[in-house]
Design a binder for this molecule. Structure first.
Ligand code: AMP
Ligand code: ZN
Length: 111
């Protein structure tokens, strides 16, 4: 599959890994928008948030829960989480990912 995040999961492309378990992988964003900019992704490929629904509440809940755990491990007190859904919302990589951004004062702009 021609998906850069799936290639990162398989090890075909490198990443700076921050966290990994059976279900999720987190790594540093290659073009960080802040001193801390981590992407948290499910290992299962689905393009975007709108591909998930009520049957996925477990996975979506664990995505947020694992993000709070990563934030604790990184000793982040204040941080922002962003999920872009669709190209007009700024999504460029079509494999669901959550941005975890921290380390500077964040303005009203989202990410
Ligand atoms: P989005 O605009 O929400 O789709 O975010 C995609 C993010 O993926 C951007 O912040 C990119 O900098 C990041 N990105 C793209 N390719 C890589 C890569 N190979 N390793 C790490 N981050 C990447
Ligand atoms: Zn993928």
């Amino acid at each position: 599959m021609d998906c850069i995040f799936c290639k990162i999961i398989s090890g075909e492309l490198p990443c700076t890994k921050v966290y990994e378990d059976d279900e999720f992988l987190a790594f540093n964003d290659i073009n960080p928008q802040a001193p801390v900019h981590i992407l948290v992704i499910p290992k299962e490929h689905r393009e975007m948030l709108s591909d998930y629904g009520p049957n996925d509440e477990g996975l979506l809940g664990r995505l947020l829960a694992v993000t709070t755990e990563i934030a604790r491990q990184q000793k982040l007190d204040h941080y922002r989480t962003v999920i872009n859904c669709g190209s007009d919302a700024g999504q460029m990589v079509f494999h669901l990912h959550l941005h975890l951004v921290s380390g500077r004062k964040l303005s009203g702009q989202l990410c």
